[in-house]
Design a protein around this ligand. Structure first.
Ligand SMILES: NC(=O)c1ccc[n+]([C@@H]2O[C@H](COP(=O)([O-])OP(=O)(O)OC[C@H]3O[C@@H](n4cnc5c(N)ncnc54)[C@H](OP(=O)(O)O)[C@@H]3O)[C@@H](O)[C@H]2O)c1
Length: 386
């Protein structure tokens, strides 16, 4: 069935998890159900009905919200799900363990799919194996539509736009966050750390292009102590810069750092992360750490209200320098569920723009200006500081 004829606009797969539930709440609050048809999916009917009942108390129009049973171990359930909707939002993770089957089903059905993955090995794998089939079927697969990597990716896009035309643009990002994590994020992070090897540590992908290697330093322009930040973001930004040469130009370079107000935080961060990497290699320790935050659990409403993120960007092109800031509330969950839902809504509301544009893409590369404008409208701040 062609996309416009599908029963649903969006299905939230993994709606019973901590983040999936927040995405469902976001859609309930922000979408007119009579115009945009969405449904919730997962493997537990009991948990899905519990979620639906809770939503209906506040949003009675959701009494007709459909509940779809789909288990990653039963591929036929994923095929049925993928064929029923225009876009799948998937928060079923860790993605390295459970992510791939729904992507495969979406690619085969020509369905668009957005996720929250922060696991580099998974992103490499999906790009390598599904970019070509997705380009053939017209399915848009967009990884990392949460705090990983939307603020870095769209912030770079925004800064590169402000730098105007030209090649050899260079942008550095400094990331400051305050917030707690969920069980799903902890399990995913331990999976990533478990696979971190010496080769990875020798070739830390916190930068690309001609960005100079800089270890710990003080960055005057943003008043922050900087520590290289080897996460998924630089990989995503790099792919966006290749997809949108009209914005980034040729020879684009980028580097990403943690930005700390106090130098002591650099020491505690290095010690904390090193301890987690070491512990992740020992099964008994890894299991103990993961058990401290079970799946489905995450920071409370009060904790999330006190959380925030801020990314400072310094962009240089020839003699021009631009400094920008992207900021918002709780990075991991409140803002992440907004970013993920808005990525799906950008696709649904501009469906005809994405005909024959399939492939494994990035948030800025695929959704660019329209997505940026939606995020600004929903309160994520993108500002030019200088
Ligand atoms: N990058 C970012 O910015 C960011 C932010 C937040 C989260 N995340 C990622 O998003 C993912 C979800 O995080 P979370 O905290 O929401 O995790 P969670 O609470 O553990 O939720 C996991 C979800 O996956 C479902 N699931 C697990 N195995 C399944 C299977 N075989 N078939 C169908 N569904 C299955 C669970 O269903 P049940 O309820 O039935 O167990 C649950 O709905 C994690 O990978 C996390 O790292 C990323």
């Amino acid at each position: 069935m062609s996309l416009p004829e599908r029963k649903y606009d969006i299905v939230v797969y993994g709606a019973t998890g901590f983040t999936g539930r927040l995405v469902a709440e976001y859609l309930a609050e922000n979408v007119d159900f009579s115009k945009t048809k969405w449904a919730i999916a997962g493997r537990s009917e009991y948990k899905l009905l519990q979620l639906k009942n809770q939503l209906v108390v506040q949003y009675p129009e959701l009494r007709n919200l459909d509940v779809i049973l789909a288990d990653t171990n039963q591929y036929d359930t994923l095929e049925t799900l993928a064929k029923s909707t225009k876009v799948v939002i998937t928060t079923v993770g860790p993605y390295l363990l459970y992510g791939e089957p729904i992507v495969k089903a979406c690619v085969e059905a020509g369905t668009h799919c957005v996720d929250l993955v922060g696991e580099p090995d998974y992103v490499h794998h999906i790009y390598k194996h599904y970019d070509f089939p997705a380009s053939r079927s017209g399915s848009l697969i967009i990884n990392s539509c949460g705090f990983d990597s939307v603020p870095a990716d769209l912030g770079t896009f925004y800064t590169a736009q402000l730098l105007g035309d030209g090649d050899n643009k260079s942008i550095n990002a400094y990331v400051t966050v305050k917030g707690n994590i969920s069980g799903g994020t902890l399990a995913s992070a331990m999976g990533v750390f478990e696979n971190v090897d010496e080769a990875f540590l020798m070739d830390i992908p916190y930068r690309f292009g001609s960005a100079k290697a800089k270890l710990i330093h003080y960055q005057n322009d943003v008043n922050k102590w900087a520590l290289p930040m080897p996460v998924i973001d630089p990989l995503i930004v790099s792919r966006s810069s290749r997809e949108r040469k009209d914005i980034y130009g040729e020879n684009f370079s980028y580097a990403q750092y943690f930005g700390f107000r106090r130098p002591i935080t650099i020491g505690t961060t290095i010690l904390g992360l090193s301890a987690l990497v070491v512990a992740s290699k020992v099964k008994v320790l890894r299991d103990k750490i993961v058990q401290t935050k079970p799946s489905g659990n995450g920071p409370s409403v009060e904790e999330r209200a006190k959380s925030f993120f801020e990314l400072n960007f310094i962009g240089v092109s020839g003699s021009k320098t631009v400094i920008t800031k992207v900021s918002g509330g709780d990075p991991g969950y409140t803002e992440t569920s907004k970013m993920l839902a808005e990525a799906a809504l950008t696709i649904v509301n501009n469906l005809s723009d994405y005909i024959n544009k399939g492939g494994v893409k990035t948030p800025a590369g695929a959704l660019g200006e329209k997505y940026l404008n939606r995020l600004i409208e929903k309160g994520i701040k993108f500002e030019q500081v200088q």
